[in-house]
Design a protein around this ligand. Structure first.
Ligand SMILES: Nc1nc2c(c(=O)[nH]1)N[C@H]1C(S)=C(S)[C@@H](COP(=O)(O)O)O[C@H]1N2
Ligand SMILES: [Mo]
Length: 355
């Protein structure tokens, strides 16, 4: 059978090693930002930092799909080689490839599903996706170590012409997959990316995943009795919407960058966290727990680290693109902080507690 040679397989493998490493590192960062251990700090500037790392995570994952398929296709005849087990090292190598393929497939498929619809399985998705990432990256390292001699040979020699076409098709497929989806996060590509998710517009020019109705907060958010409580060791201060509006304002162009990979910038205006904390008798740089009116969902509570509560661009936003926040964007107020995963930009805020 005329299958692409070892050299072709190695070259695709090298490309996969690059995309998987990018994907692993940016995924690890995203995990750390969302579940920060005490030693980890994530800067609040530049404001687009998380937008870039998470965009890279999703796009490198998408580029990996055609690469992985091409690689598997280029080696599948080996599945039929007999005897199945030749020696112990051979058996171990086979087993590591099986683990590697399964883990890589799992990561790409669960990642794609998450991009398509985050919410239904979010209870276990991040933990599982995160755990299997370690299996994938570990087995990739073993695989690369085993294949080092053939990788060396493939770099020093060019594949023959008949096989270059297969390689070209593979690069093209990866490029098309990225270009077709990159519009979800790269503004210039928005119009050419037919497949990009979340490129549609919601109220006030910004798309919405979770509406006020879906979150069950329509009544509580529009209740004239709504108050923001700011709880510090010295006591609790409450603010009506009028009182919040009377505080000094900060406006900034800031992106929402969802873990799903889409991101979009908008003009936000509201009370900065440093301003609000000072007003409530606390200090900027104090970590804060944020509570939403939304009680049932997974995203009703988030934490702002000191790094972010010290930043003047961390806002309790009251306005979006020059208008009072739409109900679906978090009316009466929401958190918008620079360089943060969208999932932590809590909507329909009702309570802040210093930690
Ligand atoms: N209370 C609450 N805040 C929330 C969410 C939510 O479901 N409930 N979704 C988060 C997510 S995942 C993102 S990406 C941003 C933007 O979500 P949206 O598109 O639903 O406005 O808001 C965040 N804030
Ligand atoms: Mo999100």
């Amino acid at each position: 059978m005329n299958t692409p040679s070892e050299r072709v397989t190695s070259r695709i493998g090298l490309a996969l090693a690059v995309t998987f490493t990018l994907c692993f590192v940016t995924g690890l960062l995203s995990h750390l930002v969302q579940h920060p251990p005490s030693w980890f700090g994530w800067p609040s500037r530049p404001v687009w930092l998380y937008r870039i790392t998470q965009g890279t995570h999703v796009l490198s994952g998408i580029a990996s799909v055609p690469l992985l398929l091409a690689k598997l296709w280029s080696v599948y005849p080996k599945l039929f080689e007999r005897p199945v087990i030749r020696s112990l090292p051979h058996a171990l190598e086979r087993l590591s490839i099986l683990v590697l393929s399964a883990a890589a497939f799992f990561e790409l498929v669960t990642g794609l599903f998450n991009v398509a619809q985050n919410y239904p399985w979010n209870f276990y998705f991040p933990q599982l996706h995160y755990a299997v990432a370690w299996v994938a990256i570990g087995s990739i390292l073993v695989h690369i170590a085993v294949k080092l001699p053939s990788i060396r040979r493939s770099i020093t020699r060019k594949p023959e012409p008949s096989r270059r076409a297969f390689l070209r098709t593979t690069w093209l497929a990866a490029g098309v997959a990225v270009a077709a989806t990159a519009g979800a996060t790269v503004p210039l590509l928005r119009n050419v990316s037919g497949l990009s998710w979340r490129s549609g517009k919601g109220p006030q020019g910004l798309p919405v995943n979770r509406t006020a109705a879906a979150a069950g907060v329509v009544d509580t958010a529009n209740d004239p009795g709504w108050r923001l409580s700011v709880v510090t060791p010295d006591g609790t201060k409450t603010y009506s919407l009028e009182q919040l509006r009377a505080l000094p304002r900060t406006s900034a162009e800031l992106p929402i960058a969802c873990v799903e990979g889409w991101s979009e910038s908008a003009r936000w205006s509201g009370v900065s966290l440093p301003e609000l904390l000072r007003h409530a008798g606390s200090a900027p740089g104090t970590p804060v727990r944020v509570f939403s009116l939304e009680k049932a969902g997974l995203y009703g509570i988030s934490e702002l680290p000191g790094e972010h509560t010290a930043d003047d661009l961390t806002l309790l936003a009251l306005e979006l693109n020059g208008e009072v926040l739409d109900a679906d964007h978090g009316f009466p107020c929401r958190i918008i902080a620079p360089s943060r995963p969208g999932v932590l930009q809590t909507k329909w805020v009702t309570r802040l507690e210093t930690l």
